[in-house]
Design a binder for this molecule. Structure first.
Ligand code: 218
Length: 185
């Protein structure tokens, strides 16, 4: 298979993996972390922003195919299922420095670059959910709680927990299988 096609197949596989994890029951309502962010960010760090953003878009679109979209309005859905999910691929903007550090055996810098990519992607995604929370979800806020504080507590918790699980995954994979982040084709 040509390189381009095999990377596209990889993108589809990781997006599907992310979607499978999105099907876990949301045990803590909107506070639940996004476990699908784990495969998506790992893939983005492996293949860079172009394929990472593509995989994020596929993950977002799979919510429509499988009827997993929480619909309030067109603009809300575009922000939360297209824009926000595409942002997950921005972890790939750290791929080049990550791979350079790995090549020169600078394990600490490599870890720092990978974790920076994870922070960038997760924070960007949850900024969109925070904004959407203020604009579209304020009617769910408890009596007397401001829309922005409500959205911050909900999306800050979900985003923080998501980042926590992604960081654990990166630390484990970078130590046990650094070659995952240095594909040779
Ligand atoms: C305050 C609040 N409640 C709910 C939502 C909707 N939301 C939050 C996080 C992630 C996603 C995408 C599906 O996992 C959605 C739709 C919000 N933004 N804010």
């Amino acid at each position: 298979m040509s390189k381009n096609v095999s990377v596209l197949v990889e993108a589809a596989i990781f997006a599907a993996l992310a979607m499978a994890l999105s099907m876990l029951p949301d045990f803590a309502s909107w506070f639940t972390p996004s476990f699908g962010a784990i495969p998506l960010i790992l893939f983005s760090l492996r293949r860079g922003p172009k394929y990472g953003i593509l995989a994020g878009l596929i993950w977002g679109l799979l919510h429509f195919v499988l009827g997993k979209v929480y619909y309030l309005s067109i603009s809300q859905v575009l922000i939360e299922y297209i824009l926000a999910f595409a942002c997950m691929g921005t972890a790939g903007f750290l791929t080049t420095p990550l791979q350079k550090a790995l090549k020169s055996q600078q394990t600490k810098s490599a870890l720092l670059f990978a974790l920076s990519g994870a922070c960038l992607a997760t924070i960007l995604r949850y900024i969109w959910h925070y904004v959407a929370g203020i604009i579209f979800w304020s009617s769910y806020a408890p009596e007397g709680m401001s829309a922005s504080w409500y959205s911050f507590t909900v999306n800050g918790t979900a985003g923080g927990l998501t980042l926590f699980f992604v960081i654990i995954s990166i630390v484990i994979l970078l130590k046990s299988q650094p070659k995952f982040f240095q594909p040779n084709h």
